[in-house]
Design a binder for this molecule. Structure first.
Ligand code: FMN
Length: 376
């Protein structure tokens, strides 16, 4: 057997000890600070005897035991193992570097706190540490802006709300198509020095357009239940899988309001499209920003059709990847949008005018009463 230390280790001092974290596998150990050196030194595939020969303070038997443990806790890799293959894929395809890698892999499939726990924590925290101001205002603005229009796109924007309760009514194929087109529709091409690049409904860093959309369709008129890939070039859907026998909430961290949604759009970043041109970690942030642009357009298209579209980034990344049959390390679910006909409004939402009176914020002149939650 040959082993080596993982290539994706970072260490943090912790008193006399050190934490060693494998950000690709999310394994972590605490060890003697002195051990860090010999442990990180084994960067090439080595046999136990070779490692023992380099570390004369250990005999082969005791080092074999150490290494077995380090393999078991993901800090060392065994040649030809699944972990070694994943690392090889990382080395070959992850171009944004460790800065983005620590974040990207570190947040994969993390567990989220449930709503009750989150509310309790906020209440507790507010007792000693009030929330930061959610609106920054200047005491004496220099220029008063003219009121904007309340019509056309402004009216749609103002009506958009994230609603989580929906009726049993199906959405139509056209409505679903509108949302997909609004987010990812191709509207032109541009000739650059290096290539002809697609231009879409939303802006994209370097016109690299890293996103693909998939649809969990379970109540769409004229569309058999299934998991589909949206081909923006053809404005068409291709079936890639069955709707599984687990509920939709299993894709979005147990948020049960997702279960009855007629459709859920899953946005998947194809990171190599952007990384092919930009390899700095900021390009990873660019990809995430673009997910927001696409989602916003989709939400506005839904609103225009009197549907509600609620975003969530609380994803079970691995489960979604399996469902969509994504296998590459760089093809990653980022964002989900649930779509349906809004049911009765369960939230307490005020118009701007009402909210101003209740929140103690005074004199907000823009907005009037157009921003009501209920779309119907
Ligand atoms: C990036 C992002 C992630 C979100 N994730 C969730 C989520 O996991 N669950 C949820 O119920 N709402 C989620 N939301 C929706 C917000 O709760 C919602 O936008 C917020 O309450 C404001 O309401 P509005 O969208 O109606 O303006 C998310 C919104 C954004 C922008």
């Amino acid at each position: 057997m040959r082993v080596k230390s993982a290539a994706t280790l970072v260490t943090f001092p912790q008193g006399e000890e050190a934490k060693i974290y494998n950000y690709l596998s999310k394994d972590v150990i605490t060890c003697d600070a002195a051990a860090v050196n010999w442990l990180l030194a084994i960067q090439d595939w080595s046999t136990i005897d070779e490692i023992a020969a380099r570390n004369i303070e250990f005999d082969a038997e005791s080092i074999a035991g150490e290494i077995e443990q380090l393999v078991a806790c993901g800090i060392f890799l065994e040649e030809s193992s699944a972990a070694a293959r994943r690392e090889a894929e990382y080395t070959a395809t992850w171009e944004f570097g460790p800065t983005a890698g620590i974040f990207h892999f570190g947040i994969m499939d993390n567990e989220f706190e449930n709503v009750e726990f989150g509310v309790a924590r906020q209440k507790e925290r507010a007792k000693t540490n009030p929330s930061p101001k959610l609106i920054w205002r200047d005491d004496q603005p220099d220029v008063k802006l003219p009121l904007t229009s309340n019509e056309g796109v402004f009216s749609v924007m103002a009506q958009r709300r994230s609603r989580r309760n929906v009726t049993e009514q199906a959405i139509s194929l056209r409505e679903l198509g509108d949302c997909l087109y609004a987010g990812l529709g191709i509207t032109g091409f541009i000739q650059t020095e290096t290539a002809v690049l697609p231009l879409k409904m939303t802006p994209s860093g370097g016109a690299r357009n890293p996103y693909e959309a998939y649809v969990w369709a379970q109540n769409v008129d004229g569309l058999a239940r299934g998991i589909y890939h949206y081909s923006a070039a053809d404005h068409a859907l291709t079936r890639v899988n069955e709707v599984p026998n687990f509920p939709a909430q299993d894709l979005v961290q147990a948020q049960d309001w997702a279960d009855p949604m007629p459709a859920i759009i899953l946005l998947v970043a194809v990171l190599e499209r952007t990384a092919w041109k930009y390899i700095e970690p900021n390009a990873y942030r660019v990809v995430l920003i673009e997910g927001g642009h696409i989602a916003q357009n989709m939400m506005l298209a839904a609103t225009q059709n009197e549907l509600t579209c609620c975003p969530t980034a609380a994803l079970a990344h691995g489960r979604i990847a399996d469902l969509l049959k994504l296998t590459a390390l760089t093809h990653t679910p980022v964002y989900a949008l649930t779509i349906g006909h809004p049911g009765p409004c369960l939230d307490t939402v005020y118009s701007v005018a009402e909210g101003v009176a209740l929140s103690g914020i005074s004199n907000i002149e823009r907005g009037g009463n157009i921003s009501r939650n209920n779309l119907r």
